[in-house]
Write a protein that binds this ligand. Structure first.
Ligand code: CIR
Length: 264
């Protein structure tokens, strides 16, 4: 086991359970309507897993006005010394950001915001150490990415963009790639040859397990969507403690493990 695997990259997480309007959220998937009771149970297991990994979890109330508000990751980008409120690409999600201003304001000095006309979803932002990859997607545009890059550079980070608009079944950059610590990424097979990832060790997610690429690295532990045995085995072989979590109801709404929390 290397120290990279044991390093705890975050100590806190902010989450919000799905609300009663969850099934009315946006989705590109044709997997049927989610069951709210099951979604709530899956969310509760997710929070427990974050706690077991040593994170202090702040649970916000459900937001009944915004069906997609459980996907808190899209509302802000947070890292050591930096917090930027997003301007989600989907108009129906913009109202989710106001309460995050109240939540993050006391926690982060100098809270910045993505301003119109830029749009940016947190799901398009993948931190890899001191560097951030920012996906240009149906949700995040070049202006939003530029504004974020300026904020990141002010905080001492670097940033570069990756155009993900042609990536199959990738709502966001992090639908297809996750940081596993050090110089290691978990990447969908279809994106294995993406030039931006060439300098990194790539753990490949086979195409039939594509949904598993949105995992959540928490140091020694990696949360992975359940029922993706090849991806799980590849991660275990590298020494990670893999925690499979049922995510069926979140997947129906195009959400994954990273989307459900803001970590800092
Ligand atoms: C949406 O379409 O915005 C939500 N139903 C799913 C957002 C998933 N967020 C993420 O991948 N970061």
């Amino acid at each position: 086991m290397t120290t990279t695997l044991l390093a705890q990259p975050f100590t806190r997480a902010i989450v919000a359970p799905p609300g009663p309007s969850f099934a009315h959220g946006l989705t590109t998937r044709a997997l049927g309507a989610p069951a709210l009771d099951l979604a709530l149970a899956q969310h509760a297991r997710y929070c427990e897993a974050l706690g077991r990994a040593g994170l202090e979890v702040t649970v916000l109330p459900a937001d009944p006005e915004h069906p997609d508000a459980t996907f808190v990751e899209d509302t802000a980008v947070v890292a050591a010394g930096l917090a930027v409120l997003c301007r989600p690409g989907a108009a129906s999600r913009r109202g989710e950001v106001a309460r995050m201003r109240d939540v993050l304001g006391p926690r982060f000095a100098g809270l910045a915001s993505i301003e119109p006309p830029g749009t940016l979803d947190g799901g398009d932002v993948c931190q890899v150490g001191r560097h951030f990859f920012v996906g240009l997607s149906a949700r995040t545009d070049a202006e939003g990415a530029r504004q974020l890059a300026r904020a990141l550079e002010r905080a001492g980070y670097t940033a570069s963009t990756i155009d993900v608009r042609d990536w199959p079944d990738a709502l966001h950059l992090k639908s297809a790639v996750a940081w596993l610590g050090g110089a290691r990424l978990l990447v969908r097979e279809a994106q294995a040859l993406e030039p931006a990832f060439a300098p990194f060790e790539r753990v490949i997610v086979p195409t039939r397990e594509a949904y598993a690429a949105n995992c959540l690295w928490l140091g020694r532990t990696v949360l992975v969507a359940a029922d993706h045995p090849v991806t799980e085995a590849r991660l275990r072989a590298l020494g990670y403690a893999v925690e499979p979590l049922a995510m069926t109801e979140m997947e129906k709404m195009d959400g994954g493990l990273s989307c459900l929390s803001l970590r800092y």
